[in-house]
Design a protein around this ligand. Structure first.
Ligand SMILES: Cc1ncc(COP(=O)(O)O)c(C=O)c1O
Length: 394
């Protein structure tokens, strides 16, 4: 199919839930994507913080190809080695005691919310209240959407799941006042991604931990975007020194194949029984073989150290541009937001025309989430392209 035929077929047959630029990508290698017109793009989106090892990492590709010839799908009615190997790695390198596998970030949060409701009911029947925060994004399924703040995403689909309350992000007194004995869970992104790359403060997360402990509520960290090396530590919450009871993962875990994981402590695990939750595809041999490669590569001190250094370099380069259009540079590691004094979408489009792919996060924030293998030369290219686009005032 040629480019115009693909674009036309998309308009004809694919439900219009995304506005896409007129580019058809054909392949990717490392930090670069290539389109059907032969153009090369430096990719600072990594498929929205997914392809952490870059495109077509040779070890990842080999593991997927090998597993595809061996065993792809058996359902969760049977055992397979890749799933338990991945579960063991996740547990042995985190606060958690058990893992539930699913297929996406929304599903990982859906599981977390269901588990929290069931644990709450072991205390008393009305312990069902779930607290979420302004700016939070947790997914598009009915449960995860009920914890997602943006009215535009929620309101067309109301009524959503009852029992959710939104509180101002980083406002500890408001949270302390609201968390009570009827609260079963508090769900929060340690660094909000879609909401504008807003890090929580350590005091806020510590205060949530204390309030949750006092009222036997579960603290859920949604690390779908900020987890697994993106911040320069294996888990985002290590930046803050606060541990959750449940952590959700997805995006980068299988390096580009669909996966989600809900990590839980023993006190949660004890309440969940066979039949309580499940998924046909989840934790299959193919995605887990891919995820084992991703996890092993990221979970190396040198790799994480390089993410920290390159993240600091990226922030420093942006901060020292001294452009009046840049209001703030925030984030951690290789999840960086550039708050502008103007809409971000035209700058994203202008950078794309210059061969650099970046994201937005809300109306006025550019979001940079390159693969974790990015180097300083590629950071220089992205930063100078963004600066040129801002100075040109497109
Ligand atoms: C923090 C966070 N949670 C959940 C999700 C939903 O993940 P998915 O799109 O895989 O359902 C996202 C997606 O952007 C996210 O950033």
């Amino acid at each position: 199919m040629d480019k115009q035929a693909i674009i036309q077929a998309e308009a004809d047959y694919v439900l219009h839930t995304y506005n896409r630029p007129e580019i058809v990508f054909t392949h990717g290698e490392g930090m670069y994507l290539f389109d059907s017109d032969g153009n090369k793009y430096l990719d600072f989106t990594s498929g929205i913080a997914v392809t952490a090892l870059g495109h077509s990492d040779p070890d990842w590709s080999a593991a997927v190809a090998q597993q595809a010839t061996q065993l792809t799908h058996i359902s969760n009615l049977f055992h397979s080695a890749p799933q338990v190997q991945l579960a063991q790695k996740l547990v042995q390198n985190s606060f958690a005691d058990k893992v539930f596998f699913c297929n996406s970030g929304a599903e990982a949060n859906e599981a977390a919310l269901k588990f929290a409701r069931k644990v709450g009911k072991t205390h008393h029947d009305s312990k069902t209240k779930i607290i979420a925060f302004t700016g939070g994004f947790h997914g598009r399924t009915m449960g995860s959407l009920s914890a997602t703040y943006k009215a535009q995403y929620r309101e067309p689909f109301a009524p959503l799941v009852p029992g959710f309350t939104f509180l101002p992000f980083n406002d500890l007194p408001a949270a302390q006042a609201a968390i009570d004995d009827d609260t079963c869970a508090v769900i929060v992104e340690p660094i909000q991604g879609e909401g504008g790359v807003n890090p929580a403060t350590a005091e806020f997360l510590q205060g949530l931990r204390t309030a949750c402990n006092a009222h036997h509520a579960l603290l859920i960290f949604d690390e779908v975007q900020c987890g697994l090396g993106r911040t320069g530590t294996l888990w985002g919450h290590q930046q803050f020194g606060v541990m959750p009871d449940i952590m959700t993962l997805a995006k980068p875990l299988a390096g580009g194949l669909p996966i989600g994981a809900t990590l839980v402590t023993q006190k949660v695990a004890e309440v969940i029984q066979p039949g309580d939750h499940g998924s046909t595809f989840a934790g299959g041999p193919l995605v887990c073989a891919a995820a084992n490669v991703v996890f092993d590569k990221i979970n190396q001190p040198d790799f994480l150290q390089t993410v920290q250094e390159n993240g600091a370099y990226l922030k420093h380069r942006l901060q020292t541009l001294e452009l009046e259009e840049i209001v703030a540079v925030r984030g951690q590691g290789l999840l960086v937001g550039v708050a502008l004094n103007q809409p971000a979408a035209p700058i994203m489009a202008a950078a794309r025309d210059q061969g650099v792919l970046i994201l937005t996060a809300g109306d006025n924030v550019l979001r940079l989430a390159p693969a974790l293998i990015v180097n300083k030369g590629e950071i220089d290219t992205a930063v100078s392209t963004i600066a040129a686009c801002l100075e040109k005032k497109p």
